[in-house]
Design a protein around this ligand. Structure first.
Ligand code: BG6
Length: 501
């Protein structure tokens, strides 16, 4: 049974934002249903919209209801009104401008009132679900108002969403700025991929079993492919996406977290700093990238299933000659004893064939063809595939003899599906992350050195691409597996991408 977190207040900046409605509030509700919220808990929503606490609560309730009715992974049929009522009774709201000093003195007064009314022991968590340009402003405001001071008796923590910087320089500046107000242990930089059960399970697979770790290295692994394919396009986020692009949006954060989970050395304990140091080691060991290691793409018009979809350049809010990439593939090398010479190919794109996130590990072939008339290079390869989403599971593909008088080989699969084994409670993926902030466990959050080391790997590419505009965009059809050049990237090494399934 998980322990109950200490009493605390939560202050949610960006109370009317999409993230709040879609993820933060549903996650709080799910935690409440599982009795995993602090015993005494109250939430203060802060945003510039004029509204009362009641209106805010009602809006959130309606949105939650629409979520339960939409199709999706791990959705509940109906809101448990008793749970919602008890939780939302302690929701308060403050109309405020993040850039004004007054906001933070008002906030301090409101927090003090809530603390007294609900007995929150002086603990407070500030959640920044706001546009990244406000991260520094809000932290400064809180710091100058004395709201980030903690002592042995009470704590103050700040959760920061992505994007954390838009290149190495800005990430360093932001780190330096917030570190003036906060100690590193008070900062929780969220990467929502680490809230996914299957991502956390990579550590269990590797370090809770004696079976895999001995073969988890350059001696037995030929290469690794990591795919994060999405079918959605830019949606209503052109303003953000046009200046961000697939590389910044997905690679130094989500994809690199998958690489780190896959490639890190075993930590000596699950202490947050030990685990984070091992992950940072992976980024620090990555080869500096050059443009020949990376392929960028942008989707043209096409079909996703039966639905005809527009080209990126025809989406609302996108420039007609936009040079923003919606796809990126790259070849990474990790210079250490475990991985020297083992390529890690990673790719991510919007408007691809299928929604699929997986880590696929290809093992080296059998050293010699024992089977008459089967050349080793004709035998299928052995793969271990960790399916992150959808249809979470683990699959081992290996060769077996087909029944019959002849020795004919075929690739077969040992398949483990999460949903067949575990009855999972409905979850949006933020539950663990929020619970960890309440209990002060930073293991699944990014530390300053990790963030900077990850940006350092991709920074040369960002600089090169800013100077050299692509001439071949759009270079892949919506509904396809990405640009041809990405296939070339692997073909040069005698490899091929797995089909996106
Ligand atoms: C977000 C990106 O961080 O992750 C989005 O900004 C992307 O562009 C999303 O679609 C993918 O997350 P998930 O959990 O849907 O795979």
């Amino acid at each position: 049974m998980a322990k109950t977190p200490p009493n605390c207040a939560m202050v949610l900046f960006g109370a009317h934002g999409d993230l709040t409605k879609r993820l933060v509030i549903p996650a709080l509700y799910n935690l409440a249903r599982q009795n995993q919220l602090p015993k005494n808990f109250a939430l203060l929503g802060v945003d510039h919209n004029n509204c009362t606490a009641k209106q805010w609560r009602d809006d959130l309730h309606d949105f939650m209801e629409s979520l339960t009715q939409s199709k999706g992974e791990a959705k509940e049929k109906k809101i448990d009104e008793k749970v919602w009522k008890k939780l939302s009774a302690n929701f308060h709201y403050l109309t405020a401008d993040f850039t004004k000093d007054k906001t933070y003195s008002d906030l301090g007064a409101e927090l003090a009132k809530m603390d007294k009314a609900y007995k929150l022991d002086g603990n407070a968590l500030f959640y920044l679900a706001v546009a990244d340009r406000f991260f520094g402003t809000v932290v400064d405001g809180l710091g100058h108002a004395g709201l980030l001071k903690q002592n042995g008796k009470h704590w103050r923590r700040v959760v920061i969403e992505k994007p954390f910087g838009h290149d190495l320089k800005s990430a360093k500046e932001l780190n330096a700025r917030i570190r003036k107000q906060l100690d590193e242990h008070q900062i929780f930089r969220i990467d929502h991929f680490l809230g996914k059960e299957t991502v956390q399970n990579i550590l269990a697979l590797r370090f809770a079993n004696g079976l895999f770790e001995p073969i988890w290295n350059r001696d037995r692994i030929d290469h690794v492919q990591i795919t994060v394919a999405e079918t959605v396009g830019v949606e209503e986020r052109a303003g953000f996406y046009e200046v961000t692009g697939a590389l910044r949006d997905m690679v130094p954060n989500h994809l690199f977290q998958l690489v780190a989970m896959m490639a890190m050395e075993p930590p000596s304990s699950f202490d947050a700093d030990v685990v984070r140091a091992r992950k940072a080691d992976v980024f620090k060991a990555m080869h500096p990238l050059t443009t020949s290691d990376v392929v960028r793409g942008q989707y043209g018009a096409g079909k996703i299933g039966d639905e005809a979809v527009r080209a990126y350049r025809s989406e609302d809010g996108v420039k007609k000659d936009s040079a923003t990439e919606t796809y990126v593939a790259m070849k990474l090398g990790i210079d250490n004893w475990r991985w020297a010479g083992v390529p890690f190919y990673i790719r991510t794109g919007k408007r691809m064939t299928r929604r699929s996130t997986e880590i696929a590990i290809r093992f080296k072939r059998a050293p010699y063809a024992l089977f008459r008339e089967t050349k080793t290079e004709e035998m299928k390869s052995d793969w271990l595939v960790l399916r992150i989403q959808p249809d979470e599971g683990i699959c081992l593909h290996f060769n077996a003899k087909q029944p019959g008088t002849e020795m004919v080989l075929d690739s077969v699969a040992l398949n483990f599906n999460y949903k067949d084994w575990f009855k999972a409670a409905p979850a949006v993926g933020y539950e663990t992350l929020l619970y960890d902030v309440f209990t002060g466990d930073g293991t699944l959050f990014q530390r300053a050195d990790q963030v900077e080391a990850a940006w350092a790997v991709v920074d040369p590419i960002l600089k090169a691409w800013a100077e050299e505009k692509p001439t071949d965009f759009p270079n892949y059809k919506a509904g396809s597996a990405g640009p041809k050049a990405a296939d070339e990237l692997l073909r040069e090494d005698g490899h091929a991408w797995r089909a996106i399934e």
